[in-house]
Design a protein. Sequence first.
Length: 102
Amino acid sequence: MPDLDRIRRECFWETTMTPQDILRMARAGNREEKRFIFEKILLNSTHLLNDISIFDLDDLKELVENYKLPQFNREHAAKRKNLVEVFFFDKDLVIDELLWIT
């Protein structure tokens, strides 16, 4: 189980959310709540792959597929999204600096 206190500190520092709020919204929230939690973790977590696992795999797949890259920090967001795709959904790695040289 991811460290919810650390997730709150790293990703939700500007809110009054509790660790329990984060977990509840990730698991049983509506679509917008799940999207909010997903985006905060995707962009800010220092333990991305572990922390993003608080989502049900079906929800995570939908969140990743529907994620719109922001204009600000676009490259950072794209790389982190690709890491989630590779790790959880066996998609191709497209991050040049992580590809094996052949």
